[in-house]
Write a protein that binds this ligand. Structure first.
Ligand code: ATP
Ligand code: MG
Ligand code: MG
Ligand code: MG
Length: 481
């Protein structure tokens, strides 16, 4: 079985052998583009090459790019941990042609790499091509379909709409029709019962997209219209973690050697096992995923903060802390101890993470300590609310909203704690408050709303063990040394 490190190396060597110059990943944090906060695809660092703003030095380039999809046009945050193949940070393997080769070679080499080099079984692969879009006057991609017919049966070539087969970096910028490769990882029985083609792009966890070949031909302007680029380019992106899952015979990215060391470490710390309970599984996946995003963002210079990109990073970290606290039952800071494992696993290729490991761990630890205190203040407040509510009465929606808004308690967590004490939450009232807040903040920017607004607490609040006992049905609490 190939290791993930070998899989990355083979990709780069393959494209090197086809005349590509191998370049380093750009940083996760984008500092010079007002349309983009974080790198969301391999092509970002080449934006000016596509637009024709700078001279093309190397017409063929390949790399493995750190990407982060937690804001803007490409935002997967809410899926992460719930499903097993969307990450916040992931690596995108890419090859580019800047005004050089086009659809024929892009398709030929993608097929050669997947089927002859990596030896993925052809009978599990499907491809999609752009069906065209009348409203924008874009034609169906007959050319790409023609090339695919040299390699794959026509019933495995599907036509997709703009949503899946026209790639755009953001609201503006380079874009174009794309052709994607999907893999069906279901069992033989499942595949016999239903053709995989029907499940492509339907969100099926085992029929997933692995590689996108974009044929860059347009620039989306600020007024929403498309203009032709001065030249035609190729921009491809393959999900490294998904490819590794397929090549290692797994059905979840978290079962690959990319994530297993992190999952194992979390198991060791918590004394819980991955696979034993769906809530525990989700929590472990969230933490294993988010530690990567947060660590690399910090190593690339983006510290958690209360504004802009820093606030996005803080929210990702707090999402991990909340899952650890609520579902794994760890009451003390522990997520920062995963940084060492991450640096050991990824530091050979991404040396920045090894170099910054100590600093990164320190920053994360401080954030953890502060936020755990906030959570505990929230539990304290909830206790007060319970004491002040007459027996037999539901806990007011407005109070539950306050816990959500000020202390970052999701509704589910509050109602769970209440249920365990035989109390009921006023869900309707909570929803009304949420609605009111939405209306209030409609005009506000995306970044000022969010579920993790920090509370300015006045000093330390200690909540005794009893207050936490109520959570024991989802998790046992233990001190971590
Ligand atoms: P999906 O439809 O699965 O959300 P996408 O169409 O948004 O993927 P692209 O923008 O085409 O993805 O990116 C190219 C490749 O990057 C995808 O084919 C996939 O393999 C990988 N990829 C995209 N988003 C993620 C993510 N959040 N985590 C891991 N890999 C991803
Ligand atoms: Mg997506
Ligand atoms: Mg897609
Ligand atoms: Mg895609």
């Amino acid at each position: 079985m190939l290791t993930s490190k070998e899989i990355r190396r083979i990709f780069l060597e393959f494209f090197q052998s086809k005349g590509h110059k191998i370049v380093a990943s750009a940083p996760l944090v984008v500092k010079n583009d007002p349309t983009l906060m974080f790198t969301n695809a391999g092509m970002n660092q080449f934006k000016d090459l596509f637009l024709g703003n700078v001279e093309i030095k190397y017409p063929r380039i390949a790399n493995s790019q750190k990407c982060l999809r937690v804001s803007g046009k490409h935002n997967d945050l809410e899926e992460v941990g719930i499903d097993t193949y969307h990450h916040t940070m992931f690596e995108m393997l890419g090859n580019w042609s800047f005004g050089d080769y086009f659809k024929k070679e892009a398709i030929e080499w993608a097929w050669e790499l997947l089927t002859s080099v990596y030896k993925l079984p052809m009978d599990r692969l499907y491809v999609t091509v752009f069906a065209g879009d009348e409203s924008e006057g874009l034609p169906y991609d007959e050319e790409a379909e023609g090339h695919w017919r040299n390699y794959i049966a026509s019933d495995r070539i599907l036509r997709g709409s703009k949503k899946d087969n026209f790639w755009e970096m953001g609201d503006t910028g380079p874009c174009g029709p794309c052709s994607e490769i999907h893999i069906d990882l279901r069992s033989d029985e499942e595949r016999a019962a239903k053709p995989g083609g029907e499940l492509v792009n339907q969100g099926h966890p085992k029929v997933i997209e692995i590689w996108n070949l974009v044929f860059m031909e347009f620039n989306r302007k600020a007024d929403g219209t498309l203009e032709k680029l001065p030249a035609r380019h190729v921009d491809t992106g393959m999900g490294f973690e998904r490819l590794t899952m397929a090549l290692q015979g797994k059905q979840s990215n978290y079962d690959t050697d990319i994530f297993q060391p992190l999952i194992k470490k979390i198991e060791l710390i918590t004394g819980l096992s991955y696979g034993s309970d769906e809530k525990i599984n989700i929590a472990m996946r969230v933490i294993a995923d988010h530690i990567r995003a947060v660590s690399f963002a910090i190593a690339d210079g983006q510290l958690p903060s209360n504004t802009g990109a820093g606030y996005v990073i803080r929210r990702i970290l707090r999402r991990a802390i909340r899952y650890g606290y609520s579902y794994l039952g760890v009451r003390t800071a522990f997520i920062h101890t995963l940084v060492d494992t991450l640096a050991d696993e990824m530091g050979d290729y991404y040396t920045e993470i090894r170099e910054a490991a100590e600093f990164v761990a320190r920053v994360i630890r401080e954030e953890e300590v502060t936020f755990i205190r906030t959570i505990e203040s929230g539990l304290n407040r909830l206790e007060e609310v319970v004491q002040n509510t007459p027996k037999g009465q539901k806990i007011a929606g407005q109070k539950i909203f306050e816990l959500y808004d000020t202390y970052g308690f999701p509704y589910d967590l509050t109602s769970l704690i209440l249920r365990e004490r035989g109390l009921e939450a006023d869900e309707e009232g909570f929803k009304r408050e949420m609605q009111k807040q939405k209306e209030r903040s409609r005009a506000a920017t995306e970044l000022t709303t969010g579920d993790w607004i920090e509370l300015q607490t006045g000093g330390d609040v200690f909540i005794g063990y009893d207050a936490l006992e109520s959570l024991t049905s989802v998790a046992r609490f233990r001190k971590v040394k």
